[in-house]
Design a protein. Structure first.
Length: 106
């Protein structure tokens, strides 16, 4: 029965220690401050965008490339004659028109 007495002493000691508890003073805005900190951290994590890689520097570089390609294409169109290009295209694909006109177009 020595162990039962020892257990009773421990239980009594634990109950007496509960009597010594005092109320804790907490700031009235503790909950608000904590909630603001929690939600502020989540906002930083969710701020990533799908097009974050499409920076203004990259946009400017792409614009310059597109303009350069357009200027080159316009220069090439002006250098070649339109009729020569059309006739070579028509002869390549067999779209040449014959000068002979017939009623049945055979």
């Amino acid at each position: 029965m020595e162990t039962n007495k020892n257990i009773h002493e421990r239980v009594d000691h634990t109950l007496h220690s509960l009597e010594q508890l005092q109320p804790v003073n907490v700031s009235p805005f503790f909950k608000d401050k904590t909630m603001q900190r929690l939600f502020a951290e989540k906002e930083v994590v969710e701020s990533k965008s799908l097009f974050s890689w499409f920076t203004p520097q990259l946009q400017l570089a792409m614009l310059v490339c597109v303009l350069a390609i357009n200027v080159y294409a316009i220069a090439q169109i002006k250098n070649s004659s339109y009729n020569a290009s059309i006739s070579s295209f028509a002869s390549e694909y067999g779209l040449t028109t014959e000068t002979n006109s017939s009623i049945l177009n055979l």
